[in-house]
Design a binder for this molecule. Structure first.
Ligand SMILES: [Zn+2]
Length: 127
């Protein structure tokens, strides 16, 4: 049940972003390496958010595939299954580019306002 600990981390960030306002929805980016079970994550969220400004809110997971950069051939390939290795040359000497993150992407307030995580690169929109 490491999902509970992850939920607590998400909750802290979400409450800070909401600054005391009631929360309707929280979207998180979850890398595959976190090995999160969506149902368990949902339940964990319900549990930890109870009685807070995020109580009764919905958690939305965006799964991020595992991408590794190979130190041997320099290519970036997807590594859908462990063990992590380069799919191009097979070298296990790789660096994880994406897939181990767990970040709050946006928090939607009950009032309708959406607060995006300013540390994430903008995806072409202002906001
Ligand atoms: Zn390689």
């Amino acid at each position: 049940m490491h999902e509970i600990a992850l939920c607590e981390g998400v909750l802290g960030v979400a409450l800070e972003a909401a600054a005391g306002e009631p929360v309707r929805r929280v979207r998180v980016r979850v890398g595959r390496l976190q090995a999160v079970v969506p149902d368990v994550f949902d339940q964990g969220w319900e549990l930890v958010s109870q009685g807070t400004a995020a109580g009764g809110s919905r958690i939305e997971m965006v799964e991020i595939p595992v991408l590794v950069r190979c130190r041997a051939c320099g290519r970036e390939t997807e590594a859908p299954e462990p063990p992590l290795a380069c799919r191009h040359c097979g070298s296990p000497d790789v660096q994880v580019v994406t897939g181990d993150e767990l970040v709050v992407e946006e928090v939607e307030l009950a009032a309708g306002e959406v607060r995006r995580n300013p540390t994430l690169a903008a995806s072409g929109e202002e906001g």
